[in-house]
Design a protein around this ligand. Sequence first.
Ligand SMILES: [Zn+2]
Ligand SMILES: [Zn+2]
Length: 225
Amino acid sequence: MTLRRLVVGVLQTNCWIVTDGAEALVVDPGDQPERILAATADLHVSAILLTHAHFDHVLAVPELVDAWAVPVLAHTAESPVWPHELATVRRDGHWDAGTATVRLLAADPSQLAPPDRLWDGAFTPVEDLQEIHIGALTARVLHTPGHTPGGISLLVDGHLLSGDTLFPGGPGLTGPPLSDFPTIIDSVRRLLELPDGTRIHPGHGLDTTVATERPHVHEWIARGW
Ligand SMILES: [Zn+2]
Ligand SMILES: [Zn+2]
């Protein structure tokens, strides 16, 4: 199993390419489709998986579906999230980038402007514990709600793609609409039951391990974020 990481878009989203060397699954194509196409040019991409449907994880979807004609996989409970993102951009004229919004707008408002082409929101539903075959690899979907209602993590070969559910130092944001702190704590506890050496690859920033993060759950609960 090989993981390729591309850091894309205004929020520096980790787009992951999971491959056995021939077949590939592309996780969270958040922006810059031309870079994702270049990084997969030697592979046969069989599907796109969304850990969740925040704008910074999906903006490259239309161009990639055009290029590959592959299904977009996401959890059924995620269906309200992309419509909510679109309603925000219609109302405010820009994406909601959480705590980074004010800073990004002050620096350059065009950074949070929607592109001309937007994903139509169509996806193929996946469920908790569903297996996804990527050539010789078998990945397992884990429904890990809290950051969003249909957030998923993907476990493959001792590696966990955790989306915006679990980062080094704590869970993902639960301030925005459609998120919930007690729910994300339940999801994080579940993920931290995985073996110590499980390597965690989040939706933004650096990797960590289950053994590194597990001792800190009580601190995260106490601080409330
Ligand atoms: Zn998110
Ligand atoms: Zn994100």
